[in-house]
Design a protein around this ligand. Structure first.
Ligand SMILES: Nc1ncnc2c1ncn2[C@@H]1O[C@H](COP(=O)(O)OP(=O)(O)OP(=O)(O)O)[C@@H](O)[C@H]1O
Ligand SMILES: CC(=O)N[C@H]1[C@@H]2OC[C@@H](O2)[C@@H](O)[C@@H]1O[C@H](C)C(=O)O
Length: 379
């Protein structure tokens, strides 16, 4: 197939802003990565999104927009249109997209009820920027019996195939630490396996907002003053989610700050970093073999305590293995840990246009490999 230029727009569960990335791809093995831009939301819009999550609890049917959600959807779409305009001003000449993959903002995710809701009006976005948009890429997977998440694994698989030789150590795991964490396990033989693993940064963000008045724990500075409080970690890890078989996925509200309440700001931040790392390693119990390499993507890789805890866990894991299990960041292996999800949404948009599958029984639990997405034309 001919190559297409695609833009991906991701507003993740951290609700910190919009990631935009461009790629050129055939939707299969060929991926050229282009520029990346992050457009942060202001504090006022972030708190409106939080309110949107509250209102979303009243949603019974995926088109419902109770409370502020209808207005919020308009605002969110406008934020995205503006972000695209800004991207095109800088990179439009070399990277004028044929198509845009638009994620929107997840406000509710209840896989057990086959209900997942991303606000964001794909039709309005296509009209506003005059470019074809593919949106609502999770819904078809759910109709086919899948979790509707995670969707990035098919892109991880494409990247795994082009990793530098010294990092093609199968089985390996891509770890995405966004608001929620998820992994893609690439075995030596067979299909990639994927699932959400537990909390990512969302709890840390909520905790430091409440106790220290900042939106995230930059560089782990708050955690640096604290210690890991074991009973709180154990409390989180006793959550029934960890006992469940994969595939499985999470809503941002499935975990809360209950177990760290009463701790100092620093101890809470340090403890939650440990929870994130340990929850990821709990995934090993669900995998056929322990990964030889963990490639960490997403904002959580910039929290040094999450990374150092993961490295210690990998060391103890290695003790029982013939080959070592090592933790590296996306940047170490030559991929962009910030742009990855937005690139994936660009890649998925191209796959959707050509009718290739986005999800597989081993990544979301869909009955058979499923495509998806709705195409909005600009005119
Ligand atoms: N310098 C940093 N130090 C510590 N944490 C950071 C830093 N930069 C970003 N983060 C954390 O990463 C989060 C954003 O991560 P990311 O962009 O991967 O999330 P997301 O787009 O919401 O992803 P997802 O869809 O996977 O939930 C921030 O909310 C913050 O908690
Ligand atoms: C429903 C939803 O938005 N899920 C997100 C969330 O954030 C991380 C994790 O939970 C993952 O399952 C998914 O996002 C990524 C982009 C995915 O679909 O692969």
């Amino acid at each position: 197939m001919a190559l297409m230029t695609a833009l991906g727009l991701m507003s993740g569960t951290s609700m910190d802003g919009i990631d935009i990335a461009a790629i050129r791809t055939d939707g299969e093995g060929h991926v050229e990565r282009g520029p990346f831009l992050f457009v942060p939301y202001d504090a006022a819009f972030r708190s409106r999104l939080e309110q949107g999550l509250d209102d979303a609890r009243q949603i019974r049917e995926r088109r419902d927009r109770p409370g502020i959600l209808a207005e919020l959807e308009r605002e969110l779409t406008e934020w995205h249109a503006e972000a695209v305009r800004r991207f095109l001003e800088e990179h439009g000449e070399a990277w004028r997209p044929d198509v845009i993959g638009f994620h929107g903002q997840t406000v509710l995710h209840r896989p057990q009820e086959a209900l997942t809701v991303q606000i964001g009006d794909g039709e309005a976005l296509a009209r506003a920027i005059g470019i074809r948009v593919v949106y609502d890429m999770r819904a078809e997977d759910m109709r086919q019996g899948g979790q509707g998440a995670p969707l990035v694994p098919v892109y991880h698989a494409a990247l795994a195939a082009s990793l530098p030789e010294q990092y093609r150590r199968l089985p390996l795991c891509f770890v995405n630490i966004g608001g929620i964490s998820n992994i893609t396990y690439i075995p030596a033989e067979g299909d990639p396996v994927a699932f959400d693993t537990g909390p990512g940064n969302a709890l840390i963000d909520q905790w430091v907002a409440e106790t220290a008045g900042v939106s995230f724990d930059e560089g782990g500075r708050i955690a640096a003053e604290g210690k890991v409080v074991r009973p709180a970690v154990e409390d989180y890890l006793a959550h029934p989610f960890f006992m469940r078989a994969a595939p499985k996925s999470l809503d941002r509200r499935d975990f809360d700050l209950g177990p760290v309440r009463g701790l100092s700001a620093a101890d809470g931040a340090r403890t939650l970093a440990a929870v994130t790392a340990e929850a990821i390693f709990k995934a090993v119990e669900l995998l056929e073999e322990a990964p030889r390499l963990w490639i960490v993507c997403g904002g959580g890789r910039k929290n040094p305590f999450i990374i150092s805890d993961m490295k210690l866990l990998a060391e103890s894991l290695s003790a029982g293995l013939e080959s070592v299990s090592e933790v590296v960041t996306a940047d170490d292996v030559g991929v962009d840990g910030d742009a990855m999800e937005a690139e994936a949404w660009a890649y998925l948009a191209v796959r959707s246009l050509v009718g290739l599958p986005l999800t597989f029984p081993t990544t979301t639990g869909c009955r058979e490999a499923a495509s998806g997405g709705v195409v909005a034309e600009p005119a």
